[in-house]
Design a protein around this ligand. Structure first.
Ligand code: 13P
Length: 255
């Protein structure tokens, strides 16, 4: 495996935070701090901030993503947003299958698969989330849980389409808790995921795919996590809401 062949991607998941005015201010503060980044930088904003974020990042090295999309192209799905509308405002990425959507909004591996399909068909890059609960880790079934999540999510996704997928390993027990997986735990899970991709697709596909770690990644612990062979980036929640903190993580991925 050769980490230098892969694109490092640092993505902020703002979750349900930032008004449009706040989004504009945060991006304006962020842009000069990350302009020389030697990695991809993405901000995934609430739907209503997308257009503001696309305008504010125009001409810069920062890309914009949404945090979910519906699987249907349109129709009677009150409150939902299809991939085509995300694409239309100029966003290029979409997070799919975040654990908060699984926990609070009934997301299943099957709907994650359907949303992934819809996003790929629309030409969006998918940040596909997976990760085990605390009790699943304690039971020693991380690999079974993550393996099933990914096998189902990637059903019907071709090796060519896989080039538009980033996998984010986010152990649920580390999200928003301040408890980070150790660098070795993150590496172990990301290496498992890479081996699974080799089995499902090919050694080349496994070598090329970007795998992020997410869960209480911050300015202090990012460098150690990102130094691991199979950790190619980060999906950042809380620390992405402050420009200097997020920029420090981008800097750690740029060395
Ligand atoms: P925190 O960085 O706040 O733990 O959130 C991680 C996350 O869920 C990113 O998607």
């Amino acid at each position: 495996m050769n980490k230098s062949k892969r694109a490092a991607v640092i993505a902020g998941n703002w979750k349900m935070n930032k008004t449009r005015a706040e989004a504009k201010a945060l991006i304006e503060e962020l842009l000069p701090l990350v302009k020389d980044a030697d990695c991809s930088v993405v901000v995934c904003t609430p739907y209503l901030d997308l257009e503001t974020a696309v305008n504010a990042t125009s001409g810069s090295n920062v890309k914009v993503g949404a945090q979910n999309c519906h699987w249907a192209p349109g129709g009677a799905f009150t409150g939902e947003i299809p991939a085509s509308m995300i694409k239309e405002v100029g966003a290029e990425y979409v997070i799919i299958g975040h654990s908060e959507r699984r926990q609070y909004f009934g997301e299943t591996d099957e709907t994650v698969n359907e949303r992934t399909r819809a996003a790929l068909d629309e030409g969006l890059t998918v940040i596909l989330c997976c990760g085990e609960l605390l009790n699943e880790r304690e039971q020693g079934i991380m690999e079974e849980v993550v393996g099933k999540q990914l096998k189902v999510a990637l059903g019907g996704v071709s090796e060519e389409e896989l080039k538009n997928i980033i996998i984010a390993y986010e152990p649920v027990w580390a999200i928003g808790t301040g408890v980070t997986a150790t660098a070795d735990q993150a590496e172990e899970a990301c290496a498992f995921i890479r081996a699974l991709i080799a089995k499902l697709y090919s050694a080349e596909a496994a070598e090329a795919i970007t795998i992020q770690y997410g869960g209480s990644m911050n300015a202090k612990n990012a460098a150690e996590l990102l130094s691991k062979e199979n950790v190619d980036g980060g999906l950042i929640g809380g620390a992405s809401l402050k420009a200097p903190d997020f920029a420090a993580i981008v800097a750690a991925a740029s060395v």
